[in-house]
Design a protein around this ligand. Structure first.
Ligand code: ADP
Ligand code: TRP
Length: 332
């Protein structure tokens, strides 16, 4: 029996190259060895996105993005969180086993409170209960599907640990293994992808290269990468240049060696390096972009794909909720 890997993807914006190398590619790699369950965490996104059009577009684009990047919905159970009502029943069940103190310690909530303190605002200004209880909903997402491992970025490890705590509290109380206790799987080897300005590529910094940018826009963005004032003739250090760091993600070993040598030799300007970067990025992303556009052009087929995922997911989810009800004395 294969172990179960599960992860949620929050549809809060357009996918970028950082998401691709930091989350999508590693998760698709993992899906080769695990029974994978990957879903769109749309109710998590609702905590921050209140514009219905924006949220609807994000959900569709992120779902299409994963499919275009190679997620095979025949092999991976792929669904929307909001399509699984059992998620919300399990959330309520877990609430009774989650101490408020645990939620007080969650990084995202603490950061919001601290932000308010620095501004002299009320500590809970702008904090909704969705943000405060975010880790419980996430624990339900995870526990519902008997997950063994949860591939996540470092920032999400605390949430997975909270899911462990909560599952253990349930099992301890009922003196039986009602719920499976999950483990986080952090890909230490995944490099932080730099953005156009050299900082970590992130939506919140506005420095991203969208994964499905049309060719023209892709080129324009790459030409906007910030460089230093070294002249054409000067030898340059490839590892100190985000053009080269991005290049390494897309180029073959020979291409990397050759561009690094041109950096060190001098005589190559930043414009030339950017052209070379555009060439390899576009080479890898063109087929993805074409698939993405085809999927986006057929919303009915996309919905049907997600619905098939729901059909496979719900029996698993229902079994977990039933197990809990039985253990808790709420069985019907
Ligand atoms: P953003 O920082 O743009 O808001 P998210 O926080 O939504 O991105 O990230 C979604 C996933 O993509 C996470 O697993 C995160 O670790 C990964 N990720 C985001 N940006 C990068 C990056 N620059 N390099 C590597 N991984 C990243
Ligand atoms: N909180 C995760 C993030 O911000 C998204 C998420 C929701 C998730 N539910 C999950 C990740 C369950 C892993 C497992 O990226």
């Amino acid at each position: 029996m294969k172990k179960i890997a599960l992860t949620g993807i929050k549809p809060t914006g357009t996918l970028h190259i950082g998401n691709y190398f930091g989350a999508i590619k590693p998760a698709l790699e993992l899906a080769k060895d695990y029974d994978a369950r990957y879903f769109i965490a749309d109710y998590h996104a609702l905590n921050t996105i209140k514009d219905p059009k924006e949220l609807a577009v994000n959900i569709r684009q992120v779902a299409a993005g994963w499919l275009a990047a190679g997620l095979d919905p025949e092999k991976v159970i792929f669904y929307r969180q909001s399509s699984i009502p059992e998620t919300f029943e399990l959330t309520t069940q877990l609430m009774a086993f989650t101490s408020k103190g645990l939620m007080n310690r969650a990084h995202a909530y603490k950061a919001a409170v601290q932000d308010n303190a620095e501004k002299g605002d009320d500590p809970d200004a702008g904090v909704n209960m969705g943000l405060f209880t975010y880790p419980v909903l996430m624990a339900a997402d995870i526990i519902l599907f008997d997950s063994d491992v949860v591939p996540v970025g470092k920032d999400q490890v605390q949430h997975v640990e909270m899911a462990q705590d909560i599952a253990q509290a349930v099992n301890f109380n009922y003196k039986q293994e009602v719920l499976k206790v999950p483990q986080a799987a952090v890909q230490e080897s995944v490099a932080v992808v730099p953005g156009l300005d050299g900082r970590k590529m992130s939506k919140s910094y506005g420095n991203t290269i969208p994964l499905f940018a049309p060719e023209k826009e892709l080129r324009k963005l790459i030409m906007r990468i910030v460089t230093n004032s070294q002249g054409v003739e000067e030898p340059k250090d490839p590892e100190a240049s985000q053009i080269y760091l991005l290049y390494k993600l897309f180029a073959t070993a020979e291409e990397q060696a050759s561009l690094a040598a041109r950096y060190r030799a001098g005589g190559m300007g930043w414009g030339t390096a950017k052209e070379e970067l555009f060439r390899v990025v576009n080479r890898e992303l063109s087929p993805l972009r074409e698939r993405f556009e085809a999927i986006m052009a057929d919303p009915a087929a996309l919905d049907a794909t997600l619905e098939r995922g729901v059909e496979k997911a719900r029996p698993i989810a229902a079994a977990t909720v039933r197990r809990f009800r039985k253990a808790a004395g709420i069985d019907r």
